[in-house]
Design a protein around this ligand. Structure first.
Ligand code: HEC
Length: 220
């Protein structure tokens, strides 16, 4: 019997080494992305006027809702949250994960969103406890004014309650890899916080008021 060619004899240990490298690499990617997904952002209390202050009369409320409808259309929220803002699953695969959006109407997540929650989601990309929202492109909305935020909230609250319950978003291994490689920002909240802290420090007056909290307890 001929002896196996050297390349053959090397194949097994090489494959083993490659697999070990891959496993090690993906563990590092997992740990690093996990740290960002849980790294909370401390957002100071902002005294955004309550939505109601922009709509003291029924006519003013109707105008606010109309403005909200325009903002939502211009910003393309429905592209992700669905035409009725009832949320949806946009993609679901083993590598990237499941890109699902919450139901923003009173029939779903919308019911629990206070004025403050709308402000946090749109301008800061976080939930009430500072946990970063994933994928939601809040960096594009961070400069929205108080009235614009109030208008979007008023519009969402004016919509018929949709009963859909989209499943939770799930972050797949390739999405984590792209995040760690800096090719796709899973958690825009951190870049927003850095920008806001920089502009506050750069002479905006007052201390930098946005801080990144150490990784800690959070909802996921
Ligand atoms: C690229 C897709 C995308 C677009 C565009 C988008 N969102 Fe989202 N949004 C998401 C995803 C995904 C989540 C869920 C994030 C999570 O669960 O971590 C989310 C979550 C939210 C939340 C939930 C906040 C909470 O506390 O649960 C609100 C409110 C919201 N989006 C409003 C909007 C509005 C208003 C617009 C348009 C101005 C918009 N989104 C545009 C993807 C998108």
């Amino acid at each position: 019997m001929p002896r196996p060619r050297p390349s053959r004899r090397l194949a097994a240990p090489l494959t083993g080494a490659l697999l070990a490298l891959l496993a090690g690499g993906s563990a590092v990617v997992h740990v690093q992305s996990e740290r960002d997904l849980h790294r909370r952002v401390l957002v100071p209390a902002h005294d955004a006027p309550a939505a109601a202050t922009f709509a003291p009369t029924p006519a003013a409320h109707a105008a606010l809702v109309e403005r909200g409808a325009r903002v939502v259309a211009e910003r393309g929220c429905a592209g992700c949250h669905g035409a009725d803002l009832g949320g949806q699953v946009l993609a679901d695969d083993a590598l990237m994960g499941r890109l699902a959006t919450p139901n923003l109407t009173a029939g779903g997540r919308g019911a629990a969103l206070t004025d403050r929650a709308w402000e946090l989601a749109l301008r800061h990309g976080v939930q009430g406890d500072g946990t970063p929202l994933r994928v939601m492109p809040s960096g594009e909305y961070a400069a929205m004014g108080d009235e614009e935020v109030a208008a979007v909230a008023a519009y969402a609250r004016s919509l018929p309650a949709v009963a859909t319950r989209p499943p939770a978003l799930r972050v797949g291994p390739l999405a984590r890899l792209l995040h760690v490689a800096g090719r796709f920002d899973l958690t825009p909240a951190h870049a927003i916080a850095r920008r806001q802290a920089e502009s506050a420090g750069a002479g905006g007056g007052g201390a930098a008021h946005v801080a990144l909290a150490p990784a800690g307890a959070s909802r996921r």
